[in-house]
Design a protein around this ligand. Structure first.
Ligand SMILES: [Zn+2]
Length: 565
């Protein structure tokens, strides 16, 4: 491809609207065009790269026994109502109606439809196991689309689904998919780690995410440096430190004038925050819940969401708290009648806590669970933090930021039961099909690759997903010798099967070098009058600062060697 003909212009200045490196660099390189918030057009440079990522994904899915199919994005809303996910997705789903007023939905994922398709096609145990996949456009009305291709509202995703006769057979499918994912990341030049994750709106009993560690990531990952425990902070469990044993003392009220926060309380009474209990208030599907947790811990909203099995969860407003007869700043689970209470299991790891007295300017000392208050739900709802003890080996855990580039789910029989997708075994007895689902966002993978591979000059594409293999620069392109040598090399590279971006423009060397660094193709080849005088061309890897010079007729061999082709 000649740069003079290439569609999509590079920009000299950093785009003001972009914060993430991948977003900034893709805009600057003329790879994407924003149509609306979180909705992008892929220009040729991006599309070439995305198609290579898709090819790698297809090859690995096929190698793992997958069969590709294609389902529609536009779906009847009733199957989503049947599974309960019309409500679970809430405002995140795009909904519309057709001319006959039939309710439709633009699918964010395809469990409902595919379970119905499989039900119609799996007639016996002999038809299992199955792995089906597609690469297709998905829609999700994200509340905060951000970061270019990292969090978007329309995106291409590879979604695969496995169907097995039982849990044992399912485990083999799950492992095959996990291995395929590892292969995909490795081939795309990405260093991804597998972590335990929350299943969110997809549901099911268990799931894992693949994460690229990057400071710009929006997920927090909890890692144990000793035993390898790794989990998304949404899911991560840690050992909570028990406090020294104490005999429960009798409850007494203390005046705490002007005290409103846990910090103020522990300072006023000169006690560690772990000796206090804090109460926070949430509305879960319209009902007020009082959440009680030890003062040194924070509430994990995802765990709380799961504990409450809530569709809609938000912090309660001051008005809603007051209406329930609760005094903010001195709020207490003690003596609350008829209010739903969720307690973190840390309330059991200590005695004689200080909590609010539900009375302006007063707290209660020596509050003990369950003597002085009870909970409707007692479970782990705490957020893991840096330095907490690993759940498996007690080593202090570390936290890192990361970008999710894949998510695999053990669905079990969740959807098979809803849609009655069963199969007859050898004896004719019917069983629900055991399912898994497996997703990779193609555009996000590209963005994440750039997050992991760039410097202050531009992108540094991993070879297998680079839009082109070679960036051929003709400096002083109107010089006859340069033009002749560069054209000859361009033709030679094409014949040898290398995808070459040939900068044949008459722009200055500075502009061309800057564009080459920005676009970050694996190899840069420079043909210039000065080099030609010495009968050489200059070859450099984008990932290295060292250039080599070789005779023009040795260039192809050298490029092959550097690309490992
Ligand atoms: Zn550990």
């Amino acid at each position: 491809m000649r740069v003079s003909k290439m569609f999509g212009k590079t920009q000299r200045d950093d785009p003001a609207e972009a914060e993430l490196p991948s977003h900034k660099l893709m805009l600057k390189a003329g790879m994407i065009y924003q149509a609306s918030a979180g909705i992008y057009a892929y220009l040729p440079m991006a599309w070439r790269s995305l198609r290579k990522i898709e090819r790698i994904i297809r090859e690995e899915m096929d190698a793992a026994g997958g069969q590709e199919l294609r389902m529609p994005a536009l779906q009847p809303r009733e199957i989503w109502q049947q599974s309960g996910r019309d409500a679970a997705y809430g405002p995140d789903a795009f909904r519309l109606q057709d001319r006959r007023d039939r309710q439709m939905l633009l699918a964010p994922t395809h469990e409902e439809l595919l379970t119905n398709i499989v039900k119609a096609n799996v007639l016996s145990y002999r038809d299992l196991p199955l792995i089906l996949y597609q690469i297709q456009t998905k829609f999700r009305d994200e509340p905060r689309p951000r970061g270019g291709l990292i969090r978007v509202r329309e995106f291409d995703m590879k979604d695969a689904y496995s169907f097995d006769a039982d849990d044992v057979a399912f485990d083999a499918s799950y492992q095959a998919m996990v291995q395929a994912y590892k292969n995909i990341y490795a081939r795309c030049g990405l260093d991804a780690i597998m972590v335990q994750a929350d299943s969110g709106a997809i549901g099911g009993k268990d799931s894992h995410e693949f994460i690229l560690l990057a400071d710009s990531g929006e997920d927090t990952i909890v890692l144990c440096p000793s035993c390898g425990y790794a989990a998304n902070a949404e899911k991560a469990a840690v050992r909570k430190s028990p406090l020294p044993a104490e005999e429960p003392a009798s409850t007494e009220e203390v005046a705490t004038p002007g005290v409103g926060t846990i910090e103020e309380l522990s300072e006023f009474l000169d006690i560690p925050s772990a000796k206090t209990l804090k109460a926070v208030f949430y509305m879960a599907d319209g009902r007020l819940s009082v959440i009680v947790i030890r003062g040194d811990l924070e509430v994990n909203e995802i765990k709380l969401h799961n504990a409450l099995d809530a569709t809609d969860l938000r912090l309660a407003s001051p008005g809603e708290v007051k209406e329930a007869g609760i005094v903010a700043g001195s709020a207490s689970p003690v003596g609350l009648d008829g209010v739903h209470v969720v307690a973190d299991d840390s309330v059991e790891l200590g005695a004689n806590f200080v909590v609010g007295a539900n009375k302006e300017g007063h707290h209660l000392k020596n509050v003990n669970y369950p003597r002085d208050f009870t909970a409707d739900i007692l479970t782990d709802i705490a957020l893991a933090a840096e330095g907490d003890a690993c759940i498996d080996c007690a080593t202090p855990v570390e936290t890192r930021r990361g970008i999710e580039v894949g998510h695999v789910f053990k669905l079990g029989i969740l959807y098979s039961e809803v849609f009655d997708a069963t199969f007859p075994d050898q004896n004719g007895d019917r069983h629900p099909i055991s399912m898994g689902c497996y997703g990779i966002g193609v555009g996000r993978l590209l963005a994440a690759a750039i997050e992991q591979h760039h410097d202050d000059r531009g992108m540094i594409f991993p070879g297998p997903i680079a839009p082109f293999d070679v960036h051929l620069l003709a400096l002083n392109a109107d010089n006859e010798d340069v033009a002749k040598a560069a054209e000859a090399l361009y033709a030679q590279l094409g014949e040898a099967g290398f995808e070459t971006l040939f900068d044949d423009r008459t722009d200055t060397a500075g502009v061309k070098f800057n564009d080459a660094d920005l676009l970050g193709l694996p190899i840069r080849v420079v043909v210039s009058p000065r080099n030609l005088k010495q009968d050489v061309v200059e070859i450099k890897l984008r990932s290295s600062d060292d250039a080599v010079t070789v005779a023009p007729d040795e260039a192809l061999g050298k490029i092959r060697e550097l690309l490992g082709a």
